[in-house]
Design a protein around this ligand. Sequence first.
Ligand SMILES: CC(C)(COP(=O)(O)OP(=O)(O)OC[C@H]1O[C@@H](n2cnc3c(N)ncnc32)[C@H](O)[C@@H]1OP(=O)(O)O)[C@@H](O)C(=O)NCCC(=O)NCCS
Length: 328
Amino acid sequence: MCKSINVGIIGMGKALPPRVLTNFDLEKIVETNDEWITTRTGIKERRIVDENSSTSDLATEAAQNALKNAGVSPAEIDLIIVATITPDYKLPSVASIVQSNIGAINAATFDLNAGCSGWVYSIATANAFIQSGFYEKILVVGAETLSTITNWQDRTTCILFGDGAGASVVAKIDEPGFFTFDLGTDGQVEPLYAPGSGSKKLVAEPIPGCTNKVFMIGKDVFKFAVKVQSKSILKLLEKLDMDINEVDLFIPHQANKRIIESACERLNITQDKFMVNLDKYGNTSAASIPLALTEAVEQGKIKKGDTVCVCGFGAGLTWASGIMKWIY
Ligand SMILES: CC(C)(COP(=O)(O)OP(=O)(O)OC[C@H]1O[C@@H](n2cnc3c(N)ncnc32)[C@H](O)[C@@H]1OP(=O)(O)O)[C@@H](O)C(=O)NCCC(=O)NCCS
């Protein structure tokens, strides 16, 4: 990797729909209860878009907040990457809609689908574009309206997901920001996919009501997540010859409190080293890490000079981690 150009995040922003759906609200939709959801997942409530809002609306708002916090104008942006599995349309990309909405007249655009690892994949991509000297400022957004692909008859999945967006301005900077990344895939469809949502003809629904909606074998994804999260973090630390105690805060994908607890056990670190906000938002897929990162900054849990480790996993099955110095 070329070391001559330093790259890092210079501003973050978020967007959340105002409508709150609590566990008690879900009790009225499927056979479940607040106690089960809280104990098995740690989630208490999630945000849901109204029928007039879409992924690009959340992405636009988060992008505008990130640009403001970074002190960067839309015209300075060279590229917009939106990580999402819930685009407004099959075509065009959400990134192209955001480009128009914010007036980023000089920006190229594309969406990236790596499931819940999408935002980390996207910042690694932005890092490569900037390190190569091709671009200087890239807007990276993770935005989802998972409520639009949730099977509201399936109690094993509908309790997990929420809507939201987080955005970051990634730029060429003077000091080292991003240290390194670890991206990977264990190519598998069945544990987590949306049957009948694309060109592959659906012969029979794996469960009722899941056509074009999320279908998941929860236990398989759980096992994958637990294993891959600590493995990927340890790989990064080894690559950097860094002790785990040198990391000030971990920002894991916000899927399930028990997955985070198990990572702490495997890595032998205390839970206060892990940012958690899944109780308020549930699993927002590609938005989850940038949302948690933005809130960690807002709450003063990350300060300039801190070392931060992000780690995601999701459909694909993918994983992606990165270690960075916080530079603002
Ligand atoms: C989905 C998940 C929370 C389920 O938890 P679990 O402990 O594995 O629960 P199980 O699937 O074993 O179900 C246990 C029991 O609870 C029941 N149950 C499932 N969902 C329920 C709900 N919402 N409310 C009440 N009971 C429920 C099951 O039917 C089962 O009942 P049974 O024992 O009578 O068959 C868990 O597997 C998980 O978090 N997986 C990873 C999901 C994830 O992170 N996905 C996104 C990755 S990006």
